[in-house]
Design a protein around this ligand. Structure first.
Ligand SMILES: Cc1cc2nc3c(=O)[nH]c(=O)nc-3n(C[C@H](O)[C@H](O)[C@H](O)COP(=O)(O)OP(=O)(O)OC[C@H]3O[C@@H](n4cnc5c(N)ncnc54)[C@H](O)[C@@H]3O)c2cc1C
Length: 309
């Protein structure tokens, strides 16, 4: 059996590890944090190709992932398909719409638009609730014979020496490991709130004024911020107020959401996702820098990775 080590235990590391197991590799995951302490555990997580490059490739991965999620739907693991209203304008890249099954997407009628939004699509898309989905994936990984080792990796040489093949899924952690100047944080603050009776939607048409709601089984996530190069991991009350103010304008009629938790995460944003063998350490394959769309593309990347390996 061929042996491979995946470094990283977020959504990218877990999906990569499982796909490699499905292709008869013996897989070890090495990570400084288990899945329940990663960025991946904190977020929405809805299928939407947001802030990820290159767009064409990301849309391709997202389409493959969409199909995998269709097979994953299950109440217990947190995967479902939900209606999602996505605002767009003439600057928006909406190529992803053309890749969805025809029955799953249409233009929203005026009566369906949240206040202040002129044009939108309504699509049926995967939702993978991380608090259920990540433990489920980790369980599958262990049941498939996987081994988890908690360890921090400091540089590429150390990473390369871990195994015959090593997959680098360290998200923003790759900045230090690879001294990667093309990788930077995009800070997102979100609010986990009590469930509300309004549809899930996203308006990402205005930079600096991101606004969305994701209804989940037991709560809803309201966002957000999209601050480039911002390493601040503290909760900012001013951001909470901005998020609530924007969401109020789409039609809550003054009834503010009940906030259960304020959360900050740093999206691993790169000029393009690094999805390739390392130029110096040829046994290392990089799979990081998925920006605001790790859940959206993870299975697509994992499937292509297994084919390459
Ligand atoms: C507010 C917010 C909302 C978001 N909403 C969505 C959404 O709705 N849909 C969506 O698709 N995406 C969303 N995203 C993006 C998504 O969360 C990320 O793209 C995704 O979590 C990245 O996954 P990852 O596995 O690469 O990184 P991580 O989850 O950060 O995992 C990295 C792993 O690498 C390990 N690691 C790092 N450095 C080292 C090291 N030196 N040594 C050893 N191990 C190391 C960590 O311990 C961890 O296990 C959102 C992001 C934010 C911030």
């Amino acid at each position: 059996m061929k042996s491979v080590t995946v470094v990283g235990c977020g959504i990218i590391g877990l999906t990569s590890a499982i796909l490699l197991q499905e292709n008869n590799f013996k897989v070890t995951i090495v990570a400084k944090e288990r899945f329940d302490k990663t960025l991946s555990t904190k977020v929405g997580a809805i299928w939407f190709p947001f802030e990820i490059e290159p767009k064409k490739k990301a849309n391709y991965w997202a389409t493959i992932a969409y199909k995998r999620y269709q097979q994953e739907v299950n109440k217990e693991n947190g995967v479902s398909f939900i209606p999602f209203i996505t605002a767009y304008n003439k600057e928006s890249n909406t190529d992803w719409v053309k890749l969805l099954p025809k029955k799953s997407v249409r233009k929203a009628e005026n009566s369906q638009l949240p206040l202040g939004i002129d044009k939108a699509y309504i699509s049926t898309v995967p939702l993978a609730e991380p608090l259920l989905y990540l433990p489920y994936l980790f369980d599958i990984f262990i049941k498939n014979g996987g081994n988890f080792i908690k360890q921090e990796i400091n540089n590429l040489e150390q990473l390369s020496s871990l195994d015959k093949w090593v997959i680098n899924c360290t998200g923003l952690g790759a900045k230090k490991i690879c001294d990667d100047k093309n990788l930077h944080p995009m800070r997102g603050q979100i609010l986990r709130c009590k469930k509300m009776n309004i549809p899930s939607f996203a308006d990402s048409t205005k930079r600096g004024a991101l606004s969305y709601i994701i209804n989940r089984s037991n709560d809803c996530v309201i966002g957000g911020t999209d601050y480039e190069n911002d390493w601040n991991k503290n909760i900012e009350k001013s951001d909470t107020n901005l998020i609530l103010d924007r969401i109020n304008k789409v039609g809550l009629k003054g009834k503010l959401p009940e906030v259960l938790e304020e959360i900050v995460g740093l999206r691993p944003k790169r000029n393009i996702v690094r999805f390739q063998f390392d130029e110096t350490f040829s046994n290392v394959f990089h799979n990081y820098g998925h920006g605001g769309a790790g859940f959206t593309v993870a299975w697509g990347c994992a499937i292509e990775l297994a084919e390459i390996l």
